[in-house]
Design a protein around this ligand. Sequence first.
Ligand code: NDP
Ligand code: MG
Length: 380
Amino acid sequence: MPSPVGVALLGATGSIGKSALKVLERQRDRFVPVAMTANGNAAALAEQVAQFGPAYVGLVQGSVEAPSGWGRGPECLVEAATHPDASIVINAVVGAAGLPATLAALRQGKRVALANKETLVVAGDIVTRTAREHGAELVPVDSEHSAILQCLAGRQPHEVKRLILTASGGPFRTWPAERIAQATRADALKHPTWQMGSKITIDSATLANKALEVIEAHHLFGVPYDRIEVVVHPQSIIHSFVEFVDGSVLAQMGVPSMELPILYALTWPERVADTGVPSFDPVALGGLTFEHVRHEQFPMLGLGISAGRAGGAAPAVFNAANEEAVAQFLAGALSFGGIAERVAEALQDLAGAPGDSLETLLAADAAARDHVKSRIAQEA
Ligand code: NDP
Ligand code: MG
């Protein structure tokens, strides 16, 4: 067997990061972690480093104490992503903070296994153009997009009629609007089918996550927005569908474990044997059900898709306003219903800003965060 492929893992201490390390550990004949980063969790990172021994370690938060050999500050993400021993970069950072590292890795022609969907929402055109120009591969880790990639399996764009993304519906799938508006942090963090980091768990409760995923799918697969749909599927067993022009529909199924799409993003287009995922038992599944999205109760989905359709700075504003609103909700400074209100206001005021370059997109991102912060401060 050839020597293992070097992998840089950004966001090693998070939910995706830890799942990725389980996969890398099982697949150690094929892959080896050569660079690892975290934001501020130095203790957890140090434990992982002791186990995996990567050549490069980086911690973003400069104020946190860390061993002297570690890279420090936000630049450490780019240093890890461009490490000469890494051919694949798993970007499992949460939020727009992951964008510069994705771009840096693509510019060097590396494969980016992308969990950090915010990268594509903020700057999808720039990211996909960079990948094309440098012959780099952008392979999704997000389970819906991994499912679509598996269903497409080399089909031509003109053969595809529709992408149908599944959504679990989150913890408030059946709740009335008034109750959702008052939902607590504990209610919102109780996801019915997936164990994930807190930001994406809140995004799954508002359905903002599915809006981010529609935009992500648009950029990854080049499919126009009017041919991307969302259906609620509470069991999270079918990870998405592709409908072809002849009426045939393919779905990808599997137990809800991110280890499956992480491994596929590493080995695509090949499949390799893996012992870590429980085997599939159709009888044990019981029924698989599907429902329409209740748009009135979950306004974040429509807001995000409209921002995607509008293009320019609008998706970056949607994403940044949402990141800030979710952080404020988690900190107890904003109600659950307030998330969509603050994001709608930010879009109203800022969506028309220029968004034709990385600089203007990052300016729109910063303005949206400030907008949400100042509205919340005014109300306090
Ligand atoms: P977590 O919050 O669990 O982990 C985030 C990771 O990124 C941690 O390692 C954290 O470090 C680090 N991090 C946080 N903020 C920053 C920052 N500003 N700069 C650099 N690093 C940072 O998130 P998840 O693993 O759940 O999600 C990661 C990404 O994957 C998100 O984009 C999410 O949408 C996407 N995703 C997640 C899924 C899941 O099942 N969890 C499924 C599909 C997509 P530290 O521990 O030090 O704070
Ligand atoms: Mg997903």
